[in-house]
Write a protein that binds this ligand. Sequence first.
Ligand code: AMP
Length: 114
Amino acid sequence: MSDTIFSKIIRREIPADIVYESDEVLAFRDLNPQAPVHVLFIPKRELATLNDAGQTDALLLGQLLLAAADYARREGFAEQGYRTVVNCNEDGGQTVFYLHVHLLAGRRMHWPPG
Ligand code: AMP
């Protein structure tokens, strides 16, 4: 059984501010938000990094992005805009090794990212 923070959130062993749930996806607010809106979308079926995803995970990866876009529409900031990010491994800045999509919104994003 995996022991990342996000596995524990899935198993409801530690609390999270959950904003969306389906059979495949869970979304909750980031503990250390980098924008007025900062929500993490994770698959219920665990993958450590994007490198661990294969063709059989294509639907699941799509569901993560679609869940983020649906959330943006529901919360009313889809037209204004937002950013989705998947950090992978050390150079990508990944710190929790349970695949997740960051959804950031509520301020103007910068490019290139730091
Ligand atoms: P990353 O650096 O892409 O791996 O992102 C991990 C994110 O998880 C960071 O933005 C953290 O602030 C966030 N985080 C870590 N622990 C928790 C937690 N218990 N609940 C919500 N977000 C968390």
